[in-house]
Design a protein around this ligand. Structure first.
Ligand code: 6LW
Length: 503
């Protein structure tokens, strides 16, 4: 392993950078746990732990077996797992989520340890819609509230609905997409927190309260009480929030937001990220100021988490939880056991365009970063890619004696450059860096791909504008994932480096 380590995390927002949207949080004693959406990636639903709300470490993925997570190939990118809610009740962790793939729907899982294992799914065929929330009242009744916003009582042990769903409250007049509901008992009231305005620049958070979990609800006079719409703040799209109280009684909110960069209209390339904001209560309503890029230091000692090593040497029998694959991870396509100390990928789909591509990567979490890999293409073809979805990706790949840089943007596919290399293993590299301001059309960043020569120098093959791998261009709900793939035959990877560079 090289000596180089990632720099120690500072108190900066986002607290979980990169494609980590729709955060849901709960606290048990001094420990906080948080989950996010994962869409077409397997394993699904990353689970994080923190002792201070600021520093988070990924302790697993809740859905790590095919019996829990079915992501069929008919489903396109940004399908699959949407918006989980995580709660602790009666000595257990409860996770409710929608798998939007055909025939799946709302699913409920439990665990005694949030690092896993999580149970098999309990199916909720009577709960129709996305963004399910779980709350229990004093009688032990379990209320499931979903986007729209509507609510139904359920038996969480069987998934059975008890009675008919009822509409609750849908936020502001004419506001689009009332979603992401969470219901809480706080003091004398039940609070219904929702997102509205859509997950784009109009996103916001609103709240209503009542004395019963089933309403009626009186809206907060200052709704949306959090939104960055129409501002020139560096953090945008603030919404989809969840509340949590710290042991000292202070209140906090986790939420999703994005960091658009470049000229107009601004492009965000890391997906929707998890931010933290302090919450004050005034007259029984929450108040959240601007969600800042630099967080005020909380009133308790910070508990930094170990930094991630730059290099993954593929020395372990299992991949670390940060590694995610498209749709599934079958051992016949992805293993560290075939060649000791190497990751072996065996192709299925012939390219990153395919929904069944054998691709395994990690979220790009920093605006400026580098990635490198040493690949032995053997008789096959494969390499290093930045994937936004099956229609938007850049890559550099090796086959015997040749390296090619490839790009796909919507319907356009091209070989950007190619060169010959000696047969055998080759080091492929990628650098992501902000694009220097030029005019109102400056892109967010530039992605440069190349080959490392035997003397360690980097020879560039090509550089492309990163806007084409942004959500504003590609659409959807995910973010960039940087990783390794096999396009033909069996390809071996000796190591993979991911290194943030001062962002
Ligand atoms: C999610 C919805 C949303 O279901 O985006 O921003 C959808 N909020 O609540 C997918 O993440």
């Amino acid at each position: 392993m090289p000596e180089k380590q990632l720099p120690t995390a500072a108190v900066t927002n986002p607290v979980i950078p990169g494609f980590h949207p729709d955060p849901s949080v709960c606290r048990v004693g001094d420990d906080y746990y948080l989950v996010c959406s994962s869409f077409e990636y397997f394993p699904g639903i990353p689970v994080f732990h923190s002792r201070d709300l600021v520093h988070w470490t990924q302790i697993g993925n809740a859905l790590d077996r095919p019996s829990q997570l079915r992501l069929p190939t008919e489903m396109s990118s940004s399908g699959g797992i949407y918006a989980p809610t995580l709660r602790h009740h009666d000595g257990r962790f409860w996770l409710i989520v929608t798998n939007v793939a055909e025939g799946e729907g709302n699913l409920l899982f439990t665990a005694t340890d949030p690092a896993g294992p999580w149970s098999e799914p309990v199916r909720l065929p009577g709960v129709k819609g996305i963004d399910p929330d779980l709350a229990w009242d004093e009688d032990g009744t379990c209320w499931c509230t979903i986007a729209g916003v509507s609510q139904v009582r359920i038996d969480p042990s069987t998934g059975e609905t008890l009675g008919e769903p009822r509409p609750l409250w849908s936020g502001g007049v004419d506001a689009m997409a009332p979603e992401a509901p969470h219901l809480y008992r706080i003091g004398a009231y039940w609070y219904l927190l929702i997102a509205e305005g859509g997950t784009e620049r109009g996103h916001g958070v609103s709240i209503a309260r009542g004395t019963s979990p089933s309403g009626p609800f009186e809206p907060c006079p200052h709704n949306p009480f959090l939104t960055h719409r129409g501002t020139n703040r560096p953090v945008q799209n603030t919404g989809h929030a969840d509340l949590v109280q710290a042991p000292d009684g202070s209140w906090w909110m986790v939420l999703l937001a994005v960091r658009p960069r470049g000229g107009t209209p601004g492009w965000h390339v890391l997906g929707r990220e998890t931010f933290l904001a302090p919450v004050e209560w005034v007259d029984g309503w929450p108040v959240v100021g601007e969600v800042p890029s630099e967080l005020p230091v909380p009133a308790w000692p910070l508990v930094p988490v170990p930094t991630e090593p730059v290099r993954d040497d593929f020395d372990l029998s299992e991949l670390r939880p940060q590694w995610i694959s498209v749709r599934d991870r079958l051992v016949e396509h992805c293993t560290t056991k075939e060649r000791a100390g190497w990751l072996t990928l065996s192709a299925r789909g012939a390219s990153l365009d395919e929904r069944d591509v054998v691709f395994v990567g990690r979220r790009q979490q920093h605006l400026t970063c580098e990635a490198r890999t040493r690949v032995d293409p053997a008789e096959g073809r494969g390499g290093l890619a930045v994937r936004l979805d099956e229609e938007h990706h850049y890559a550099i790949e090796a086959s015997a004696g040749e390296v090619r840089m490839l790009a796909r943007v919507g319907p356009l596919r091209t070989v950007v450059a190619s060169r010959s290399v000696p047969a055998g293993p080759v080091v492929l590299g990628l650098r992501v860096s902000p694009t220097p301001a030029r005019d109102a059309r400056t892109g967010p960043d530039t992605l440069t791909f190349g080959v490392e020569e035997p003397d360690g120098t980097f020879t560039e093959l090509g550089a492309l504008d990163g806007r084409y791998l942004s959500t504003e261009v590609a659409g959807g709900f995910t973010g960039r994932v940087i990783g390794l793939y096999a396009g033909a035959g069996t390809v071996h990877f000796d190591w993979f480096d991911y290194e943030p560079l001062g962002s």
